[in-house]
Design a protein around this ligand. Structure first.
Ligand code: FES
Length: 175
């Protein structure tokens, strides 16, 4: 719910952030096509270009949450159609792992989701992003320390920079 008094929760569109790790071959191509078609995406979403979802590690997902994201999503090729054969199967496992980890510390596991699509399915990408935005918008604020300790902790752990203010971040070098 978008409480007028709250400025820290994800309820208000302007306040929430969703980081979408997109594989270059399918999801990012679908995102690109949707942008060319001038299909609006929720302004809450930041795209991170990845060569394959198999390069998305649990640390990327947890770091994004620690650094200010209210939700993270991994978007890749259809299962069985990963250009690197098994990358998206690894991503499915890692997303499930992060969901279990979140649940174990009392955080809603739906803050981390996996979606698949082909490059020729821009509407599916848009639907996935909107679905993620809808779900995150319905969750309570993600608890954070008052002084931005989560951001500091993530940086100390050697996490990749996810530059929350940037609309697009290339992360090809990610482990
Ligand atoms: Fe798209 Fe692997 S190349 S998920």
């Amino acid at each position: 719910m978008a409480g007028a008094a709250s400025t820290t929760g994800p309820g208000a569109t302007a306040d929430r952030k969703i980081v979408a790790f997109c594989c270059r071959e399918c999801a990012y191509a679908a995102a690109d096509a949707s942008a060319n078609a001038r299909t609006p995406l929720p302004p809450t979403v930041r795209l991170v270009l990845m060569p394959c979802t198999g390069r998305v590690s649990p640390l990327h997902l947890l770091s994004a949450l620690a650094e200010g994201a209210d939700g993270v999503m991994v978007a890749g090729c259809l299962l069985g159609q990963c250009h690197y054969r098994e990358g998206n199967f690894h991503a499915v496992d890692r997303v499930a792992f992060v969901q279990r980890l979140l649940r174990s510390v009392g955080v809603e596991p739906e803050r981390c989701r996996m979606f698949t699509m082909s490059a020729g399915e821009p509407p599916k990408f848009v639907a996935a992003v909107r679905e993620m935005d809808r779900v995150i918008g319905g969750l309570p604020p993600l608890p954070r320390s008052e002084d931005g300790g989560g951001r500091k902790a993530a940086s100390a752990g050697g996490a990749s920079s996810l530059a929350a203010g940037e609309p697009l971040v290339a992360a090809r070098g990610a482990a």
